[in-house]
Design a protein around this ligand. Structure first.
Ligand code: LLP
Length: 419
């Protein structure tokens, strides 16, 4: 459930007509619903009330400071993958005691920063990384808390680009080698092993991969405890899917019903890293139709947003519903490609989509764009990145300004010899 609904044929975010946002802020822009964000976080967090847990919001899905501050207020931690994300999380007031750091390629610099801020733990993905972490921690006179990320070799049945828990994937340590890696970790003086981590992929719409991979992790936890390694945290990653089209993903309550009984008696804190399920349907990309064009083979609706603003359709062939901001009965249903101004044939927001015929000037809402929308945006074709707006009831808050042309060249220098 989200708060983008029609009121008298006008698509609104909470109490604000999207047309008003287009008028005041311009298009394209991202619009987030405060109420939806809060409800989604609480639904997820609340679902796990019977087990001690930390929700570490996967901020790669949406790292706007206002969104992060809201998460912090709701009690969320953060799953980070870079020092830049750590910086943002701290700026937003997320407590370091709830920050976990994943990723296969943490640099010494990043490790140093994270140790200095005393984050909860590193999710370590290789023995090289373990040794580096040990060295950096030694230099700083600290001990690094770690969870080893296990690759459970479970097919999450999602898009190959967002599946991470298969043998051929770069992520994690294979379950077979895990015991050895844990031995290595325990032998390093500046490493404190505290947990096991796994994350098998994103946009999962089935519970079984969650359960199967957790069972593999639990077998490992048992073995580790038997060899004297005290495991205090089990991190099951993120990945719960959302409805973009006609998917019927499990509710967080269903996930909890499947997971909680398995971990309840383990005397562990359960860590979860949801991203998409919290923010995905809490945001849209608002765009205006510039032109329509009848090609020889297709009809095109050319809008002012493009693949640099929302790359998911181009990159994954992802489906995003596109709704007219003004519902009219006049519009007949036509099949079109919705494309942007970027100079790439791959620049589309929808392909062969049957939708109400749009005219120049019409506003369209690209739905379910709150996750991996703005965070994956670029300046390709020297297009300034679009603003982000948070709506709360009847209020409109610009939480990131539209970039200006000067922002496009910030940091660039024409060397003396070219002047
Ligand atoms: N934890 C880890 C270690 C992750 O790598 C990810 C996502 C998450 C948690 C959060 O997953 P979520 O709950 O959002 O599914 N750009 C792609 C998604 C990439 C996901 C990368 N990792 C997309 O637009 O679909």
């Amino acid at each position: 459930m989200h708060d983008f609904q029609y009121r008298q044929s006008e698509l609104c975010c909470e109490e604000v007509p999207l047309a008003r946002i287009a008028k005041e802020i311009g298009t394209p822009c991202y619009v987030y619903s405060h109420a939806t964000l809060v409800r989604h976080f609480r639904a997820f967090d609340g679902a796990f009330h019977t087990v001690p847990h930390i929700v570490a919001f996967a901020m790669k899905a949406n790292s706007n400071l206002a969104v992060l501050r809201l998460m912090a207020r709701e009690g969320s931690g953060a799953d980070i993958v870079s020092a830049g994300e750590l910086y943002r999380a701290l700026q937003a007031g997320i407590p370091p005691t709830k920050i976990v750091f994943a990723g296969v390629g943490k640099s010494r610099e990043e490790i140093r920063y994270a140790l200095a801020t005393d984050i909860l733990m590193f999710n370590v993905e290789s023995s090289d990384e373990l040794r580096t972490l040990d060295e950096v921690a030694a230099e700083m006179g600290r001990r690094a808390r770690v969870a080893l990320r296990i690759n459970p070799d479970i097919d999450p049945k999602t898009h190959p680009y967002i599946s991470t828990g298969l043998k051929k994937s770069k992520f994690g340590i294979s379950a077979d080698r895990a015991l050895d890696e844990f031995k290595l970790a325990s032998s390093l003086p500046h490493i404190e092993v505290v947990g096991v981590h796994k994350h098998i992929g994103s946009q999962l719409t089935d519970l079984s991969p969650f359960v199967d991979s957790l069972k593999k992790v639990l077998t490992l936890v048992e073995a580790l405890r038997a060899q004297g390694t005290d495991i205090r945290y089990i991190n099951i990653g993120g990945g719960l899917g959302i409805t973009y089209d006609d998917e019927t993903p499990p509710h967080p309550d269903d996930l909890s019903a499947a997971i909680s009984p398995l971990v309840k008696d383990l005397k562990c804190v359960l860590i979860m890293e949801p991203g998409r399920v919290i923010v995905g349907n809490a945001g849209i990309l608002l765009t205006r139709v510039l032109y329509t064009k009848e090609g020889d083979a297709k009809r095109f609706v050319i809008v002012d947003a493009a693949m640099n603003d929302l790359i998911r359709p181009s990159l994954y062939g992802a489906y995003h519903e596109i709704r007219p901001v003004h519902e009219t009965s006049r519009a007949k249903i036509v099949t079109v490609d919705v494309v942007g101004p970027v100079c790439e044939s791959g620049d589309f927001l929808a392909k062969d989509r049957a939708m109400p015929d749009a005219r120049p000037g019409d506003l369209l809402a690209v739905m379910s764009a709150g996750a991996y929308g703005f965070t994956m945006a670029s300046n390709y074709n020297s297009r300034p990145r679009v603003p982000e707006v948070m709506v709360r009831g009847g209020e409109i808050h610009v939480v990131r300004a539209r970039e200006e042309y000067a922002d496009l060249v910030r940091g660039e220098v024409i060397p003396e010899f070219l002047r």
